[in-house]
Design a protein around this ligand. Structure first.
Ligand code: SF4
Length: 289
């Protein structure tokens, strides 16, 4: 019976670390690495995948969804995807993957997919129930948490994707899971990508879409300099509040050092004003790992 081992890379930190882990731990397993390219990814993602490919010494297959985002936008009556209607993940990520492995399953073979859910995450990932794909979670089985992931990437030399400097998630440039501060950062880092997203949103609104990319606010409105300043100020305030909360938590420890730096505090509590004191969020595990 044919047996295939597959590992999907999202362009994010966790799936990259899983690839490194599997290479080191199971060097003889013929893992097929793949990346489902929506065509709307950050440029940094492609650079990172190239680096990873060199490190793994194996190709990362780029799965082509066949149709681009605009095609699907038209198919869905110009309604932008949203948390409630996440057609983009289904059409541009899951279906191309399932099309790729289907012949093996139809022929009676097994497909085993390794998914990068960490030991410190309380959430399910791709289940593969309907597709017949068997899912394995090596990080859970081996107790690898966020600190372990960062260590794996550092020790391997591949490091973190460059976009982590300003954004914590992989996925499409216009992903609706982004918080307002991330949109502002996209505007600063990749103004042309912001403009593309703004135009897509305008087309959708012109056709009656009830959704904008970000809750209750268009990208047009968000690009206003006063609004940008407001969003950045709100972000800073939230960050400060989280630091105070983290210090308060630490004070319960009798060995707490009042002079702990913000960097050390961040290492301990994983402070991020976008997600709170933990990075676990409701975002999509298929796109953002
Ligand atoms: S990254 Fe966001 S916009 Fe892109 S397919 Fe995933 S959920 Fe949809």
């Amino acid at each position: 019976m044919v047996e295939r081992y597959v590992l999907g890379l999202s362009g994010g930190r966790d799936s990259a670390a899983l690839a490194v882990f599997m290479r080191d731990r199971y060097p003889d397993l013929p893992i097929e690495y793949f990346f489902t390219d929506t065509g709307s990814e950050l440029p940094e993602v492609y650079t990172y995948l190239d680096r990873l490919e060199a490190l793994l010494g194996r190709p990362i297959l780029r799965l082509d969804p066949g149709r681009d985002f605009l095609f699907w936008l038209r198919e869905y009556n110009h309604f932008l995807p949203s948390v409630q209607q996440r057609w983009c993940t289904r059409q541009m990520k899951l279906r191309p993957f399932e099309r790729w492995v289907r012949p093996t399953i139809d022929a009676g073979g097994r497909v085993i997919a390794f998914v990068a859910i960490r030991a410190d995450e309380d959430r399910a990932g791709y289940k593969g129930e309907t597709s017949g794909v068997e899912v394995r979670l090596p990080f859970r089985d081996h107790g690898i948490d966020k600190a372990g992931v960062i260590r794996l990437l550092k020790d391997s030399g591949v490091g973190m994707p460059a976009y982590y400097r300003w954004r914590s998630r992989s996925g499409c440039t216009f992903c609706f899971f982004q918080q307002k501060i991330e949109w502002v950062r996209l505007l600063r880092e990749h103004p042309e990508k912001y403009e593309e997203a703004r135009l897509l949103e305008k087309t959708a609104i012109d056709h009656g879409s009830p959704y904008t990319w970000s809750d209750d606010e268009s990208l047009e409105a968000m690009a206003d300099p006063d609004r940008i300043a407001e969003i950045e100020a709100e972000y800073e305030k939230r960050l400060e509040r989280l630091k105070v909360a983290a210090r308060a938590k630490l004070r319960r420890n009798p060995y707490f050092d009042e002079n702990i730096s913000d960097g050390e505090l961040d290492d301990l509590f994983d402070i991020d004003a976008v997600y709170g004191l933990s990075e676990v969020s409701s975002s999509c595990v298929v796109c953002h790992k």
